[in-house]
Design a protein around this ligand. Sequence first.
Ligand SMILES: Cc1cc2nc3c(=O)[nH]c(=O)nc-3n(C[C@H](O)[C@H](O)[C@H](O)COP(=O)(O)OP(=O)(O)OC[C@H]3O[C@@H](n4cnc5c(N)ncnc54)[C@H](O)[C@@H]3O)c2cc1C
Length: 407
Amino acid sequence: MNNKVVVAGGGIGGLACALALSRAGVEVDLLEQAAAFGEVGAGLQLGPNAVRVLDAWGLTEALHAVAAFPEALQVRDAHRSVTLGRMRLGALSRARYGQPYATIHRVDLHGLLLDAVRLESRIRLHLDSRLAGYEERPDGVRVTCENEAVYEAGALVGADGLWSRVRSEMLGAHPTRVSGHLAYRGMVSADDLPGLLREPVVTAWLGPHVHVVHYPVRRSEWFNVVAVVEGMLGHGHGGPAGSDPQSWSHEARQTDLLRALGPVCPDLRAMLGGVGEWKLWALNDRAPVASAAEHARGRIALLGDAAHPLRPYLAQGAAMAIEDAWTLGRLADEASGQPQWASIFARYAQTRWQRNARVQSRSQRNGTIFHASGALRLARNLAMAVAGESLMDNPWLYSGPPDPLAD
Ligand SMILES: Cc1cc2nc3c(=O)[nH]c(=O)nc-3n(C[C@H](O)[C@H](O)[C@H](O)COP(=O)(O)OP(=O)(O)OC[C@H]3O[C@@H](n4cnc5c(N)ncnc54)[C@H](O)[C@@H]3O)c2cc1C
């Protein structure tokens, strides 16, 4: 039983965790509340730090079959169209970090991890299995599901996302933080775009209180578009007030989005106009992790959004979950079939918490900078003009993840 772990949550973090633990020789029961893995979500960005982990897991070929690899990241003014700053990606990312910068549809990343998980005989997937609670004992954990199934194992990893049940049992039921930002998401076929907008680049358009990001996915055949505006669900956005804040897929109207964005330049208008269907998602998060004890306690560990939910403004949500998983795999591997989970989880938490907290803080700060108005906006634009590429690059981040066995 000790060499067995229950992973709660079959999102990107949970699948990555199951894969990493299985490759380290650990038996895994993975519990996912959904009845099936569905086609939900839109684009995600994967910095070289996340691509490095996928490469280490032998998933490079699978990644190349579905991802796009943008040549640059550019920042433009949403109203005046001018380019404020540009960072080269592509060959430069490979030269600087040994790995490319990728953009991918969430469903495709989830799918390639799921394919890898299904090849592992040590992993058992349990759908329709919503964790209800757990009991930690001196020799292991006992996990119960709402369908009354019971699992016994040496440890439990809560990879059950922003609204984590494992987290609320471990740390107390503290509500998530409402950011006051709403994300409109949609996809545009590259065939429907004028030439310049089809360039394989990540573009961030900034305006006062709004920003829009688009980038290629699916081998650059599609573009993912996310527009972030300030407001609340039901107050001129989406369905009625009080709509489920946990849903990723509220109905959304383009007219509401265009009203919130105000006048935008023709290129941005063309990109927005190409989106056939918009979905709306209210961005919630939590304060940055404040100590290792918020990441793991005894035989229970949190991973991904359950531990450190992020605003998407540094584009590292999936990457940090993947890094967490890789770290756990490294530590479990070192234990060679005799894992002492409390000690493995303590080292995991020690390795991860400050990096995750830094990414959480930087993501939040980027939101303020992206939406700046007045003097802050002028200062931002000046700084971008003077030092664009070095401001946009993040060597401390992209050269990761830190190896927990390095000391
Ligand atoms: C449906 C969905 C769509 C998303 N779309 C986007 C997107 O378009 N763009 C973007 O940037 N990010 C998106 N995300 C978020 C992104 O996937 C995460 O921020 C990041 O990948 C970290 O993943 P995670 O595995 O930690 O959490 P999540 O991706 O939230 O996965 C958590 C998983 O746990 C399951 N779960 C929750 N509670 C329980 C329980 N009690 N028992 C068992 N299972 C449970 C959930 O069903 C889910 O599958 C989406 C997440 C979800 C769940």
